[in-house]
Design a protein around this ligand. Structure first.
Ligand code: ZN
Length: 153
């Protein structure tokens, strides 16, 4: 029995990139994906943000509560992925940000203005991964396409 909520991929390429100062981190990764025709990938990033908006998904109201952080923060950790939504690369990232006393807060990265950022991106090759509306959570969750035999070797 095949688990339809999981799929296997080949590592196609490993890209490292310097995020552009003053750009939005999510948009920067999205553009990277568009320019390189990346349909599936995972990434991590470290660096610093000038400001950010992070979200918390309220599981009762099914809405994101947004928190604005209008001050510089260390981007202690950022973990994300790229998949397809409505046929376009969609970037999903979570972040931990620390202030000048080392205190951290984190959440779903809505937007974050880059001060400096180093991105390590794994480009994956395999079945299509598309985000589709999920009834239970009201979120756009992954649906995996059929595994092409050539990717199962
Ligand atoms: Zn999220």
């Amino acid at each position: 029995m095949v688990n339809m909520d999981a799929s296997t991929f080949e590592l196609k390429k490993f890209v490292i990139a310097r995020a552009e100062h003053g750009k939005d981190l999510i948009q920067f990764v999205k553009r990277l994906a568009e320019e390189r025709d990346i349909e599936a990938g995972t990434f991590t990033a470290v660096g610093a943000l000038k400001r950010a908006t992070i979200g918390f998904y309220n599981q009762d109201s099914h809405e994101y509560q947004e928190m604005e952080i209008n001050a510089p923060r260390e981007m202690v950790s950022c973990i994300g992925n790229i998949s397809l939504k409505d046929g376009e690369p969609f970037v999903h990232a979570h972040v931990v940000l620390a202030d000048d006393s080392g205190r951290a807060m984190g959440g779903h990265l809505v937007e974050g203005t880059v001060f400096a950022g180093e991105i390590q991106l794994k480009i994956l090759e395999g079945p299509k991964v598309e985000r589709k509306h999920d009834e239970k959570t009201d979120l756009s969750l992954w649906k995996f396409g059929e595994n092409d035999e050539s990717h199962n070797q």
